[in-house]
Design a binder for this molecule. Structure first.
Ligand SMILES: Cc1cc2nc3c(=O)[nH]c(=O)nc-3n(C[C@H](O)[C@H](O)[C@H](O)COP(=O)(O)OP(=O)(O)OC[C@H]3O[C@@H](n4cnc5c(N)ncnc54)[C@H](O)[C@@H]3O)c2cc1C
Length: 359
C-alpha cells in the first residue's frame, strides 16, 4: 500500500541525516530511505568506509566514521524520522505528489511505496577506484581517496606519498600533501596535466613534487600482517613499458567521483559530470519541491561538514516550500523554487578552485 509523507529524504549520509534532524524537529515527520547497500555503499554513506574522522567539529579526539554516522542516525530517529532500510530505484518527479518505488518493488504496474509533497535528494557520490592489485588489502592502510580527509594522519608524516591523477583535484591534493609528506610524486597517465595552467605552474614549481608523465600504477605492496600498511608501489611507464617499484607509504586517488544521480537523470538538470545542479547557495533544483544536498550536488568540497550544512539548507527550504504550499501561495512557491539556467552552479559558474583545499 502506498504511504504518503510530506517530505521524503533519499540517502543516509551527513546531508540526509542533518535534513532529517531539522525536519523531524519541525514536526514534519520525514521518511528517510537509507538504502540497502545502494550503489555499493552501506547505509550511513561514505563515512562508513573510513576509520577516524578528525575534522568533524565537536570531537576533539576524533571519532570513527561508522560511530559518527550511527550517532547521526540515532539523532534523526530521536525526533521521529521514519527510517526505511531500502533503496529507492525509481522516482517520478514529473507529477505531484512525487512518487518513489523501492528495490524489488518496481515492476511495471506496482504501486509506489511512498508519495511525498517534497523530496530531498541526498544520495551522495562514490570516489572512483582503480582496482589495483593490493588495493583491497591496503585501502585505508595507506590508500585513500581524500587527501584533505586523511593527509594529516601520522602514517603519512615525512613519508613519500603518491597521487594518481592529472586534473585540478590531483594537483590540489598533491600541493596539500606537501605539508605532510617528505616528497609527493604525481602519476599522470597522459603526457600532460589537465589541471589549469596556474595550478600546473604551482605544482611543477614545488620542490617537493615530482610529476611522472605517462606513468600508471600497477600494484600496491606492503606489510604482510593484519592491518599492515603499504610500503611500496609498483608503477609502469606506459610509453616504454619500463616498470619500477617506488618506496611509498601513501597513495591518494584523485581520479574523480561518480555522483549517485541515476534516479533523477532525465528529470532534474545535471551538469556535464552528472552532478545535480542547484541554484548557488541553495538546495533548489530545476523542479520546485525537489531539493538536493551533499556530495550529489557538490563537486568542490565533498566533506562531511559541508554535506551536513547543505542538508540543513535543504531542510529549511523544504519546510518553507511546504508552508507556502499549505498557505496556498503557489506564486511564492514558484518564486522560491525557481531555478534559472544561468544561476545554476554548473561548470560555467563554478569559480576557480581555491588554492588551499582546506578553505
Ligand atoms: C574513505 C573516505 C574517507 C572520508 N573521510 C572524511 C573525513 O575524514 N572528513 C570529512 O569531512 N569527509 C570525509 N569524507 C567525505 C565524506 O564522507 C563525504 O563528503 C560525505 O559522506 C558526503 O555525504 P552525503 O550526505 O552527501 O552522502 P554519502 O555519504 O555519499 O551517503 C549517501 C548515502 O545514500 C545512499 N543512497 C544512494 N542512493 C540511494 C537510493 N537510491 N536509495 C537509498 N539510499 C541511497 C548511499 O548508499 C549512501 O549510503 C571521506 C570520504 C571517503 C570515501
Amino acid at each position: 500500500m502506498t504511504e504518503h509523507a510530506r517530505v521524503a529524504i533519499i540517502g543516509s549520509g551527513p546531508a540526509a541525516h542533518t535534513a532529517a534532524i531539522y525536519l523531524s524537529r519541525a514536526e514534519l515527520q520525514p521518511v528517510l530511505y537509507e538504502g540497502m547497500l545502494a550503489g555499493g555503499t552501506a547505509a550511513g554513506g561514505q563515512l562508513t568506509t573510513t576509520t577516524d574522522v578528525e575534522n568533524y567539529p565537536g570531537f576533539p579526539q576524533g571519532i570513527s566514521g561508522p560511530d559518527l554516522m550511527d550517532s547521526m542516525r540515532a539523532q534523526s530517529e530521536r525526533f521521529g524520522t521514519k527510517i526505511i532500510t531500502e533503496t529507492i530505484t525509481k522516482l517520478d518527479l514529473k507529477s505531484r505528489p512525487f512518487k518513489m518505488w523501492r528495490e524489488y518493488d518496481d515492476n511495471e504496474g506496482d504501486a509506489p511505496a511512498h508519495t511525498a509533497d517534497a523530496v530531498i535528494i541526498a544520495t551522495g557520490a562514490n570516489a572512483r577506484r582503480l582496482s589495483l592489485k593490493g588495493e583491497e588489502t591496503y585501502w585505508q592502510n595507506g590508500i585513500s581517496a581524500c587527501a584533505v580527509c586523511d593527509g594529516a594522519v601520522p602514517i603519512f608524516r615525512n613519508k613519500h606519498l603518491v597521487v594518481i591523477g592529472g586534473g585540478d583535484s590531483a594537483a590540489e591534493e598533491a600541493m596539500f600533501l606537501t605539508k605532510y609528506g617528505s616528497k609527493v610524486t604525481v602519476l599522470v597517465r597522459k603526457e600532460f596535466l589537465r589541471a589549469s595552467k596556474a595550478m600546473q605552474k604551482r605544482l611543477l614549481a614545488n620542490p617537493k613534487v615530482e610529476v611522472k608523465f605517462n606513468h600508471e600504477a600497477l600494484e600496491v605492496l606492503g606489510e604482510n600482517k593484519p592491518r599492515g600498511l603499504m610500503t611500496n608501489l609498483r608503477i609502469k611507464n606506459n610509453k616504454t613499458g619500463e616498470e619500477e617499484t617506488l618506496d611509498a607509504n601513501g597513495l591518494f586517488y584523485a581520479v574523480g567521483h561518480d555522483p549517485a544521480t541515476s534516479l533523477v537523470k532525465g528529470q532534474l538538470d545535471l551538469d556535464e559530470d552528472g552532478y545535480v545542479l542547484t541554484q548557488p547557495g541553495t538546495s533548489y533544483t530545476s523542479i520546485p519541491g525537489v531539493f538536493a544536498a551533499g556530495d550529489v550536488q557538490d563537486k568542490r568540497y565533498r566533506q562531511a561538514i559541508t554535506s551536513a550544512g547543505s542538508g540543513c539548507i535543504a531542510a529549511l527550504e523544504a519546510e518553507k516550500y511546504l508552508a507556502d504550499a499549505e498557505d496556498d501561495k503557489p506564486d511564492q512557491i514558484e518564486k522560491n523554487s525557481e531555478v534559472k539556467k544561468g544561476d545554476l552552479n554548473g561548470a560555467e559558474n563554478v569559480p576557480e578552485y581555491r588554492s588551499n583545499p582546506l578553505l
